[in-house]
Design a protein around this ligand. Structure first.
Ligand SMILES: [Zn+2]
Length: 452
């Protein structure tokens, strides 16, 4: 029966996919992947497998890393099936398999590289049985999604029981996910102290030692709670990395391997997230057996991991339109911190309400998880807030000690641009909710017209 269901799902799925492609419609979507799953719930388990199935998960950065790895493997000449559009639930994963087989269930791709939701892993991994599972980091996420790291870790641990043969590639600098119980030998990567002198954040996902309950001490932090730690009471410390970025420059990193050999790889930008992504991708490809020289070549040809932002340099002012994950205190804090570390005079427009999902703008708890205090700095001259919850943002800014003369706020996000005072400003940032792409782009264009 299940074989019949699978055949029906496969034929229906392939037919729909091919028809959409012929008609020039979007054949890459979660919906397309859910079609065979509706007919055959364990579709993924029956689909023919390529040479390797690679699953990428974690709270932050998985879309960039997934695309980066897919680019690198394509540069090696391989064919890759990848859910590049950031969908990561069962439908998107089923799509990767549907896309990689023909109607006779013969594999026609070399690799599947798929972004996977960390909370859903317990449902999907036992079906897809990835050959490699990469976990960037696990931290507090939006309260609508994966808010509790302990809960997510329990789901991942359960998922591991169904994937005994997967090789795990874990971040030794993430004190939460590095302790995932996997009952096998894991591959760890880490990055040296980048000297960011990381200030404390409100969100603390790693406040007590998981072994003895002591207070862990950081030897260094590279961002958030990512860094090397030791517990002064029981000695528990970050795992020894198999791949360690021991030198980080503007255009390259040197990665030391367990046997002491060191290889140089190019990097496209030296921002901390890209450094972690690059080391993680290197750890994967080295584990898969690729030579360092080849990997360096693939990195140099891979596209820049998409940062979901657009930039324009006007005569005197640069404008940057950047998407910020909604309802996620940690993600907002990372963006606020990046502004905090700049020297230029900045105006910031925030339209971060979940405007397209009007039933959800009521949630404001995350405002108190996010470090608005980073924005309380002399060179951040103006903060302009637009949207249904503008009064709440205003209150949060005031509680962060920001001078009220620097804050403007209004109900309609469209009106924010009117409050801009361009005098002496060098950079204008728009931080927008991931669903406000169109609106933020409109504001971005209006600003460009003014500054060119
Ligand atoms: Zn301890």
């Amino acid at each position: 029966m299940s074989k019949l269901r699978f055949a029906a799902g496969l034929v229906a799925g392939r037919l729909a996919m091919n028809t959409f492609r012929i008609l020039g419609k979007d054949a890459e979507s979660d919906r397309m992947g859910y079609l065979p799953v509706k007919i055959c719930p364990d579709f993924i388990a029956h689909a023919a497998r390529p040479k390797a199935v690679i699953a990428v998960t974690g709270t932050n950065g998985k879309t960039s890393l997934t695309n980066f790895i897919a680019d690198m493997l394509e540069e090696s000449g391989a064919s890759v099936s990848c859910n590049r559009w950031a969908g990561n639930y069962m439908g998107a994963q089923a799509w990767c398999f549907l896309n990689s087989v023909n109607v006779l269930n013969r594999s026609k791709k070399d690799y599947i590289v798929m972004e996977t939701d960390e909370g859903d892993s317990v449902l999907t991994y036992p079906l897809s049985k990835p050959d490699y599972i990469l976990i960037n980091n696990i931290s507090r996420d939006s309260i609508f999604k994966n808010p509790n790291p302990d809960f997510i870790m329990k789901r991942l641990e359960k998922a591991m029981e169904g994937t005994p043969d997967s090789t795990l590639i874990l971040n030794a600098d993430d004190p939460v996910s590095c302790f995932l119980k996997t009952n096998r030998k894991n591959v760890y990567f880490a990055v040296k102290d980048l000297g960011n002198g990381n200030p404390d954040r409100i969100i603390k996902d790693f406040s007590v030692c998981p072994r003895c309950g002591g207070i862990p001490q950081y030897l260094y932090k590279n961002y958030g709670n990512i860094g090397k730690f030791v517990c002064p009471d029981c000695g528990l410390t970050s795992p020894e990395p198999d791949y360690f970025a021991e030198e980080v420059a503007d255009d390259h990193i040197d990665v030391r391997e367990k046997d002491g050999s060191i290889y140089r790889y190019p990097i496209i930008t030296s921002d901390v997230y890209n450094v972690y992504n690059t080391v993680e991708a290197v750890a994967l490809l080295r584990t898969m057996g690729f030579e360092p020289e080849r990997i360096a070549e693939y990195i140099s040809k891979a596209k820049l991991p998409v940062d979901r932002e657009e930039r324009h340099q006007g005569r005197h002012i640069e404008v940057i339109n950047r998407s910020v994950k909604n309802s996620n205190g940690a993600a907002a804090s990372a963006q606020f911190e990046s502004l905090h570390n700049m020297k230029e005079n900045i105006a910031l427009i925030m339209i971060m309400d979940e405007i397209t999902t009007s039933n959800r703008v009521e949630t404001i708890t995350w405002l108190y998880d996010a470090d608005f205090e980073f924005l309380n700095k002399d060179n951040i001259k103006q903060i302009i807030i637009g949207g249904e919850r503008h009064l709440d943002y205003n209150l949060r800014c005031l509680l962060a000690g920001i001078d009220k003369n620097r804050i403007s706020h209004c109900l309609l996000a469209e009106d924010t641009v009117k409050y801009l005072n361009y005098e002496g400003i060098e950079k204008i940032y728009i931080f927008h909710d991931i669903y406000a792409v169109e609106l933020s782009h409109k504001l971005y264009e209006q600003i460009i017209e003014r500054i060119d």
